[in-house]
Design a protein. Sequence first.
Length: 402
Amino acid sequence: MMKKFLPALILLCAAFLVSCKTIEGVPIAAEQKFGRLWVTSSVDSANIFLDRKDTGKVTPALLENIPVGKHVVQVFRSQYFSIPDSVLVEVAENRLDSLFFTLQVVQIAGDLQVSTTPDSALVIVDNLPRGYSPLTVTGLSEGAHSLKLLKASHLVEEFPVDIIRDSLIQVDVSLTLTRSVLVEHFSNSGCVPCVPADSIIEKIFLEKGIIKTVSLGYHLSFPSPNDPMFLAARIGNDARRAYYGIPGLPAILIDGVESLSGNILETELRNKIDGRANLPPGAILEIFDFQANQNSISGRVRIQALENLDNTVLHVALIEREIIYTQQPSTPWNGQLRFFDVFRDFYPSKDGTPVTLSPGQKQFITFNIPYNALWVLDQLEVVVFLQRSSKEVVQAAWTMYP
């Protein structure tokens, strides 16, 4: 079987002019390519945003290790507006592209002061993240602006604000606590009934949104033992199968305690998610300082207990949002080429980190996952969840939100 497959693998790598990685003769991924951007502005010290995320750099600056493909670049400096307001750029491998922004002084400006209860909500003004509440954004042009407030474990708040010349506009918002339901779904690239199940799961995720649901997809060793997504994260995939005692595929666990298997019924899955979403969360989970680069995927998780957390474990899981193959990835094969929210690794291990907190207590836990060239950098996200010894998940979060 391997002898038949390897010539096709060689042709695949040659066709795309990339270096292919394999595990046991199965194509896992093409090596990711990167380019660079040199960003300048007519007035220095403008904050640089890549794909609407603050890079932490100001003009003039070199942005390195940008995945090849299309990206949106913006700059912001208080009391200025940029021309153009954004640039869509195609980053090419080993190429340095230059972008220039003209900054013009805002002649009529005002300020915006944002506070929230609780604090530390991400403040987004005109689609650009400006920092965390409480926050004052200065030098905004007079007129209408959009304001969005994001905080993990809370519903999004979004509304327009009118900036008045030489005035400070104050906004104070009470955020609404919510439960993010963890949906762990088990599949395999040779599992035929997993194809319609995946379609149902993804449809409901899109319907519920990235606040209400958190997605984590494992790949098991059957019916295809050479499923590349199983092989690339065998220890973690096997551990979760053993933890839940998964007998067959497809299978779904909702918050660790509600299960579905076999023929996945859309209405039943939706109802089970809704039932869990209506329960109060046991904690507030937030992820700060998330970074993914060619060295590591890192960040900090803040846990705030809302009830007693004992015999509880924090799991930190790395996922790849989308994996697309250009040909059959395994034998047997179910005909599926696209897979979503694929599990890649646990930190620090499959066993997680024990947590013991009383209501109101907080704890920070850092994570640092070494980068693996098999992973597509701009598709990586982190999922975190608190799970009791009873297997109940009391809260989940991911870097998709905020």
